[in-house]
Design a protein around this ligand. Sequence first.
Ligand SMILES: *Cc1c(COP(=O)(O)O)cnc(C)c1O
Length: 396
Amino acid sequence: MNTQEVMGLYDQFVIGNYGRLPRAIVRGEGNYLYDAEGNKILDMFPGWAVSGIGHCHPHVVEAIRKQAGELLHIDNTFYIPQQAQLAKLVSERGFGGKCFFCNSGAEANEAALKLARRHTKPEKYKFITAERSFHGRTFATVTATAQPKYHEGFLPLLPGFSYVPFNDIDALQEAFTDEVAAVMIEPIQGEGGIHPATPEYMHAIRELCDAHGAMMILDEVQTGMGRTGRWFGYQHYDVVPDILTLAKALGGGVAIGAMMARPQVAASLVPGTHASTFGGNPLACAAGVAVVEAIESEHLLENASAMGDYAVEKINQLKAKYPLIDHVRGKGLMIGIQLTEAGAAIVAACLERGLRINCTQGNVLRIMPSMTVTKDQIDEAMSILDQALVVQGTGS
Ligand SMILES: *Cc1c(COP(=O)(O)O)cnc(C)c1O
């Protein structure tokens, strides 16, 4: 099937709830994609941050192949060795929490919200989240997502949520009551446009949660698993959460989500309180184990930091050339280019020239390459972006 034929079937048979780029993708290898016409695309936004160590990483593919031949699925009525192994790896690289596995970011956040209510005193039921946040699309997580555009047509939402401006300590203090069960925050807002939390803000959340007996939940679905140059985004701050959520890059392309909670907090999820049929299955967990192994054996945390710095340096060279670029922000390989106008045309112009990037919030270009990205690939991306800016972005 060529792209046109695939698009025709979509028109007839697939619900149109995504704005899609006009390419059918049939293969991925490392930092490159191939479409049905055989065009090669440099991928600087692999799988929406899912393919965090590149497409079809050989070590992950090998682990999946091996696991598929042994056992694809077994339910959580039994013990699953791969789940135990992955939990240990994630816990030891984080804050020694215990893990619950599910299949997506939204599910991980659902689990976190439920655990916060379950663990705290009965009168505590409220959640505070930040404006511009993104936490998922299920009813609880879309309610947590403090962006009105995602709420449209779905009212009434779940009760008990209040929203505060991000990085505003006074507003947080004001919103805090003894009815608050948890604050949920992204250490770096991703979909919201790559906005890092300030150290002062992270400390204020920790102190207010402690003072009121509330849980500090960090949504690390996008920042987790090394993208920022550390295993978890919170490790850039001198603060430890009670609950942390993961998904996206955790499985190297296989669907998996996780919630990690301090052991004392985790103890509240006794049998019968929460579950997921597919959660922590052998295939997904074997992939997760392989992801952690690859990140360590290939020193990808170090590469994410170094390549992130290099990309920002190159973007700043473009900024000197194009007034359209206001500034660049981010951490490691989580990079946002703030434009002074809309960025959709630049994304399209890049794709035509063989480069995939993303635009969020209308005017923030998101560059989030895999942790295996090389200097040459960043150079290639920057040269294509340069061409796209000449054509689309001069504003003249
Ligand atoms: C993508 C994302 C989610 C939702 O994950 P899904 O797997 O799509 O449910 C939640 N939080 C953050 C920060 C994300 O980036």
